[in-house]
Design a protein around this ligand. Structure first.
Ligand code: SF4
Length: 704
């Protein structure tokens, strides 16, 4: 029996996993006690990893126009059709749609091929649905997309504010860590702010079940309260920030007494008063936020409303303090590192970062090849689908994600995929709906087979180590990209034989001509350059930056209160509080994950144990709403809006707000005929981040 130390491929906690296996199959998994993300803990999904493997249901061979073919012929078809598309319609008619499930090495090669050599900016990722608003909020406040905190801060805080996150189900090991910290120190207070009373409330000292969309009023109100009640850190504001007066003036523009704010948010005044008082008095405050904050058409503003309060109180840059964005996916952060978002260029540099285009061009050039980088950002995920509809995108390569289920307004996404002349899908699982729209299918390796790195929510880079050969003709995504690059004539720049070589180049680019302007110092991992195969294999988990100043990594950012803005001051952003325009007769539809499934279930549904948790799609609603509509527990109900419909079993939940519903995102058409949650969600996006508002569609509900 062999034991391999690797990383869980599901959520952004990034737990270390020990896998016991023979040459054929993993036999058992356990938490890695040496891994600083989880110290041996695993949740139910992580502990069932070995139950989700096996050749059955895998994509084993390539297909071209529905006909199984050899790998080399499929690559030839990709090359020929991409070349024809570029010749006829130009490089910008080609797009890629990637995934936070990819390893950093896959991501790096994809970004280099699409932006660097094909020359199209239209490369985005499903991370757009996950944390794009946090990225944009970080950039506005700190001058760079930098997560200040580490997991230890969750345990060292004396007040933990959890906003828009069912941590207990979606980041279970972090929830375990916080629960244990609270058991050790009952003085640690936990506030949960969420429209739903979720399992996370088990550890809450205070629950604020605010109405959907009330976040900005609540945090603007907190800023005004801090000013009124001596909760500001005026030295920190004066020395290390800018924009405080403007942000405060905007916060005070709306009625800002506790009673008025509580009314606007649908809360009891005493609850709001308690939260504000605790925040004002406690220096060690962490505000953890996730999709409930990000997945909104005001997502970036919500993020900045939270960060404003931390900056005004000086609650950042020391143990147990700071705003903390928790990512949904295992490598959403790694994708940001290489530049996998359409508004990024490479290595955390944006298109508008001075000198970035020239710098990246110099770095990627070979004696025979000069990159041809686009000069402006490309389409973000939802806009990319709209470009498909308009016929501007003629070829789309989808990797490791299932947009026919996961993107909002999924019927429209499917129609857009249907009309795209060339859809290439790199996929491991036959149960992915998007395969039905593929002209060319490339079988991809999966978790147990892949070697590379991922970066979790606390900026910790960990090795994922493969232990089995890919089944059938499946290959690694970076290999497929390199073969296509070679076919297009760029082989000289894509001559990688192993992931460690890609990682080395990624690490070198992070430090290349890095003069510490525009926050580049924060993303510098150049101290990890130069690892050979053995050094890469032995790489221990480490948090960026990892450079000459911090060769052993960096737990916490901004301890010197020197931010990445040109004047090194953090920015408070005035956040306008707009009235909600909800139509009374419709319900607000909240969507989210459940404990034991992952994304569109293509992997987790392979475990009988995981399927037992929730066996079928459901709709949660308040018992009073159910009574008014004559809906009984477990009755079949239908949700409708102009975009689509969804069937599920009614679950009557007193913790659900009246007028609001919750449905899980997971079931795809392979597992149900009841309709997709994404058929109802809308493509309305945050104007800054491009993140879709996935938690506030309007729907009608009726019993069947
Ligand atoms: Fe995997 Fe997340 Fe569970 Fe850890 S908490 S085992 S990373 S799903």
């Amino acid at each position: 029996m062999i034991t391999t130390a690797t990383t869980c491929p599901y959520c952004g906690v990034g737990c270390g996993v020990l896998v016991q296996h023979d040459r054929q199959m993993p036999i058992a998994v356990s938490g890695d006690r040496a891994h600083p993300a989880n110290f041996g803990r695993l949740c139910v999904k992580g502990s069932a990893l070995h139950e989700t493997l096996g050749e059955h249901g895998r994509v084993l061979h390539p297909r071209v126009d529905g006909v199984e073919t050899r790998w080399d012929d499929a690559i030839d078809a990709v090359v020929t059709r991409l070349r024809a598309t570029i010749e006829r319609h130009g490089a910008e008619s080609v797009a890629g749609y990637l995934s936070g499930q990819l390893l950093t090495e896959d991501y790096y090669v994809a970004n280099k091929l699409f932006k660097g050599f094909i020359g199209t900016p239209h490369l985005d990722t499903n991370s757009r649905l996950c944390m794009a608003s946090a990225v944009a909020g970080h950039k506005r406040a700190f001058g760079a997309d930098a997560v200040p905190c580490c997991y230890e801060d969750l345990e060292q805080a004396r007040l933990l504010v959890i906003v828009g996150s069912n941590l207990a189900w979606n980041h279970p090991v972090l929830f375990q860590r916080v629960s244990e910290a609270k058991r050790r120190d009952p003085a640690l207070k936990v506030v949960v702010i969420d429209p739903r009373m979720t399992e996370t409330c088990e550890i809450a000292d205070l629950f604020l079940g605010l109405r959907t969309g009330g976040d900005i009023r609540l945090f603007n109100g907190l800023l005004a309260y801090l000013s009124r009640e001596d909760g500001l850190n005026r030295d920190f504001i004066r020395t290390h920030t800018e924009g405080f007066e403007e942000a405060l003036a905007e916060a005070q523009r709306a009625p800002d007494t506790v009673a008025e704010i509580a009314k606007a948010c649908g809360l009891a005044p005493t609850s709001v008063e308690t939260f504000y008082r605790w925040f004002a008095r406690e220096p060690r405050v962490v505000t953890l936020f996730s999709q409930g904050t990000n997945q909104s058409d005001r997502g970036t503003d919500r993020v900045n409303a939270i960060i404003n309060c931390h900056l005004a109180g000086g609650r950042i840059g020391y143990p147990g303090a700071g705003p903390f964005s928790i990512t949904g996916q295992p490598n959403a952060m790694g994708g940001r590192e290489v530049g996998g978002l359409a508004n990024q260029l490479a290595a955390h540099m944006d298109y508008h970062t001075p000198g970035a285009l020239e710098r990246v061009t110099r770095f990627w050039a070979t004696p025979a090849l000069t990159p041809r980088l686009p000069s402006a950002p490309g389409h973000k995920a939802v806009a990319l689908i709209e470009a498909l509809e308009r016929g501007e995108i003629q070829a789309l390569w989808v990797m490791a994600t299932n947009p026919a289920v996961s993107l909002p307004d999924s019927q429209r996404v499917r129609r857009a995929l249907e009309r795209c002349p060339l859809v290439i899908v790199s996929e491991a699982m036959e149960s992915a709906d998007t395969l039905a729209y593929a002209d060319i299918v490339l079988p991809a390796s999966s978790w147990a087979e892949k070697d590379g790195t991922v970066t979790n929510s606390e900026r910790r880079i960990s090795r994922q180590r493969g232990m089995l050969p890919p089944p059938g003709e499946a290959r690694h995504d970076w290999q497929a990209l390199c073969e296509v690059a070679a076919g297009l004539g760029y082989g000289d720049a894509f001559d990688y034989q192993a992931p460690w070589q890609i990682f080395d180049e990624h690490a070198r680019l992070s430090g290349f001509e890095n003069d510490d302007t525009h926050g580049r110092r924060l993303f510098d991992i150049s101290a990890l350059a130069g690892l050979d195969a053995a050094g890469y294999d032995a790489l221990a988990p480490i948090q960026w930056p990892v450079n000459a100043r911090a060769p052993h990594g960096t737990s916490r950012l901004f301890e010197d209160a020197r931010f990445a803005t040109p004047n090194h001051r953090a920015r408070l952003v005035p956040i306008v509080d707009e009235a909600d325009t909800a139509a009374d007769r419709d319900f607000i539809l909240n969507t989210g994950r459940i404990r034991d499934q992952w994304h569109t279930m293509t992997r987790t549904a392979r475990s009988t144990r995981l399927n037992r948790h929730r066996a079928e799609p459901f709709v949660e609603l308040h018992p009073d709403d159910a009574a008014a509509l004559k809906i009984r527990q477990d009755a079949l109900v239908r949700l409708d809006n102009p975009r689509g419909s969804f069937l599920g079993r009614a679950r009557l939940m007193p913790g659900q707000r009246r007028g609001e519903l919750f449905v899980p995102i997971h079931w795809n058409h392979h597992f149900t005929t009841a309709g997709l949650a994404s058929a109802l969600t809308e493509r309305r996006c945050d104007p800054i981040s491009g993140q879709p508002a996935s938690k506030s569609a309007r729907v009608r509900i009726m019993a069947l």
